[in-house]
Design a protein around this ligand. Structure first.
Ligand code: HEC
Ligand code: HEC
Ligand code: HEC
Ligand code: HEC
Ligand code: HEC
Ligand code: HEC
Ligand code: HEC
Ligand code: HEC
Ligand code: HEC
Ligand code: HEC
Length: 311
């Protein structure tokens, strides 16, 4: 297995080696940490199978000088930093000089890891540096698998697994009986969220929660002749976007959902005492299971006599 991967990688590596001469010719400066002599070829003397997936990613485009393996670039060391000292055999009793490491358990501080990526991906700098992820020292490599050509976080079907590693509550909600089709791989967390941050609440892709929902549920946008005030305000007053145990991802079951805001005066919106008991009267409104059975147009109505949202 190991052999096969090598035989695939070698010719390609040889090609890069030729094209990357300028960078690799860099002299060993006195104090500045030095780069390895032969770039990726040096590294591949000791690192094999576990790293070669990177040659099948967009980072490995010899003809695109902006990529780490492009002409004149530093190859592995574009991300891992100068590796000259690391490639040398450690003195007795000493540890091998580390290169920049990424991901969980890495010795390199997260901000320094991220700088390696942001050096080329500076278009993210703005939003990233105001994001909750940056604030909490989440690394680019906590989400991205740079050596994996599939990069699970950018694949719809596997993304929720990556995010769910840290966001257990949302992951659990997604598995509730009523949820957006993330499990099925039809949607992803990034259908609503911007992973690199945004100026909106909860790093949503759109300016407001409702705008995020209208993107796919345009029929709920209105304007309606008869509006239901909370609907235009915030869909999450009634719905849990990550999933819930109640049909239509409701935060609670009617009538309780509705009774958070609607009192009992005038309209019998609480169960009457069972008719068998003294003083008990059955409530027609509640015998009909849920409020939405009569008030079926909970999102707003365009019917001339739809003021009660019932048609
Ligand atoms: C002479 C063999 C040798 C060479 C050449 C070499 N490495 Fe290593 N590297 C190791 C060993 C052994 C380890 C693991 C133990 C350690 O860190 O001391 C390691 C660890 C690493 C790690 C950390 C792995 C982890 O678990 O996080 C990275 C990243 C790495 N090397 C990258 C490189 C890069 C990039 C190059 C080329 C510039 C390179 N190595 C060249 C032997 C080598
Ligand atoms: C030497 C510059 C350079 C460095 C360093 C670099 N990248 Fe990139 N990266 C690029 C370029 C250029 C592209 C665009 C390739 C294209 O669109 O063809 C890219 C593409 C990507 C993509 C999209 C890949 C795809 O298949 O569309 C991701 C994700 C990414 N980089 C993440 C990272 C992360 C994470 C790091 C740090 C661990 C990093 N990059 C370090 C230059 C770099
Ligand atoms: C919270 C997880 C997460 C973190 C942290 C993260 N990314 Fe991403 N990144 C993603 C996802 C998900 C996508 C795919 C975007 C999409 O589907 O809309 C992506 C896409 C990209 C792309 C490709 C962009 C494109 O337009 O195709 C690049 C480049 C990239 N990320 C670089 C970075 C860099 C650099 C960092 C660190 C500063 C970083 N990412 C941190 C999740 C993350
Ligand atoms: C685009 C930036 C980038 C480039 C280029 C790159 N790496 Fe990495 N490397 C990473 C990141 C990020 C990780 C953390 C694990 C992951 O994302 O897959 C990593 C992990 C590693 C590890 C630890 C592997 C493990 O499974 O624990 C080694 C060893 C390594 N890289 C060596 C190399 C070598 C050798 C090269 C050149 C052939 C190279 N890297 C090129 C970003 C890069
Ligand atoms: C390594 C752990 C980690 C991973 C992986 C991760 N996150 Fe986070 N995320 C955090 C932390 C820590 C915070 C800040 C504290 C909090 O809100 O829980 C956060 C916050 C958030 C927030 C709230 C943002 C805000 O502005 O309030 C959203 C939304 C979010 N993450 C979405 C995602 C998505 C989508 C993914 C996958 C693409 C993801 N996260 C992957 C750790 C992670
Ligand atoms: C249908 C749109 C949608 C999808 C898909 C979605 N979210 Fe959210 N998410 C929201 C909205 C809206 C909010 C803000 C209101 C709320 O917290 O209910 C939010 C809030 C969050 C928060 C912040 C919670 C807090 O208490 O501050 C995190 C973290 C988060 N989402 C993670 C995720 C993760 C991880 C996924 C994928 C498993 C995901 N979201 C999928 C719409 C979505
Ligand atoms: C990227 C598109 C997309 C976005 C954005 C989106 N949804 Fe959805 N929504 C869907 C899909 C697809 C379904 C599943 C439809 C089906 O199964 O018939 C769905 C289903 C629903 C359902 C349940 C329908 C049912 O019959 O059980 C509710 C409620 C809902 N979404 C509310 C929201 C809210 C609230 C938001 C904003 C926070 C939102 N959606 C954002 C695509 C989206
Ligand atoms: C006042 C509470 C409330 C608010 C606010 C609300 N909904 Fe609903 N929604 C409901 C109820 C109740 C149902 C179930 C209706 C039924 O059982 O017939 C529902 C059902 C849905 C459905 C599935 C059935 C259908 O009609 O397509 C979607 C999608 C939906 N809502 C999206 C939204 C969106 C998007 C918003 C924000 C613009 C929103 N809802 C705001 C109460 C609300
Ligand atoms: C977050 C608070 C909230 C929730 C939850 C809520 N409503 Fe409302 N509802 C309002 C407000 C505010 C009005 C406007 C009241 C007014 O104009 O006097 C309203 C108006 C109405 C009206 C029209 C009443 C009139 O006098 O014009 C009906 C019918 C109604 N709601 C039914 C429901 C039903 C059924 C539910 C549950 C599915 C529900 N509401 C959930 C806040 C809420
Ligand atoms: C059997 C059908 C039915 C059910 C079930 C029902 N309603 Fe009504 N509702 C009506 C009718 C009819 C009106 C108009 C009454 C009027 O104009 O005097 C009304 C009026 C209202 C109004 C307008 C204000 C008022 O008191 O006149 C609100 C708010 C309301 N209902 C909320 C609810 C809530 C909340 C529930 C569930 C707990 C519910 N309704 C269940 C038929 C129903």
């Amino acid at each position: 297995m190991r052999r096969r991967v090598w035989s695939l990688a070698l010719p390609v590596v040889a090609l890069w080696c030729l094209q990357a001469l300028p960078a690799l010719a860099q002299e060993e400066a006195d104090e500045a940490p030095a780069y390895s002599r032969n770039g990726a070829d040096t590294c591949l003397r000791c690192h094999g199978e576990e790293v070669v997936g990177i040659f099948r990613t967009k980072h490995a485009q010899p003809n695109d000088p902006r990529t780490p393996f492009g002409h004149g670039q530093l190859q592995c060391e574009a991300c891992h930093g100068p590796g000259g000292a690391h490639t040398k055999r450690p003195k007795k009793g000493e540890e091998r000089t580390p290169v920049i490491q990424f991901g969980e358990g890495a010795v390199t501080p997260v901000r320094q890891q991220n700088e390696m990526c942001l050096g080329c991906h500076n278009s993210y700098v703005g939003d990233w540096h105001t994001s909750a992820h940056d604030d909490n020292e989440v690394g680019c490599a906590d989400c991205h698998s740079s050596h994996d050509p599939r990069d699970p976080v950018r694949t719809k079907a596997t993304q929720a697994e990556v995010c769910g590693g840290c966001h257990q509550i949302q992951k659990a909600n997604m598995l509730q009986p009523f949820a957006h089709p993330l499990r099925e791989g039809q949607m992803a967390c990034t259908s609503c969220h911007s992973p690199h941050g945004s100026l909106s609440e909860a790093s949503l892709k759109k300016d407001t929660i409702n705008q995020a929902c209208y993107e796919c549920h345009a029929d709920k946008r209105g304007p309606f002749l008869w509006e239901h005030q909370p609907v235009g305000e915030d869909c999450t007053l009634c719905h849990q976007p990550h999933g819930s145990a109640h049909p239509a991802m409701l935060a609670q079951r009617p009538p309780f959902l509705c009774q958070q805001c609607h009192g009992q005066e005038g309209h019998p919106s609480v169960p009457g005492l069972p008719s068998g008991l003294p003083g008990g009267t059955p409530s027609a409104s509640l015998l009909a299971v849920g409020c939405a059975n009569c008030h079926s147009q909970v999102h707003g109505s365009n019917h001339p006599s739809g003021a009660r949202l019932s048609r």
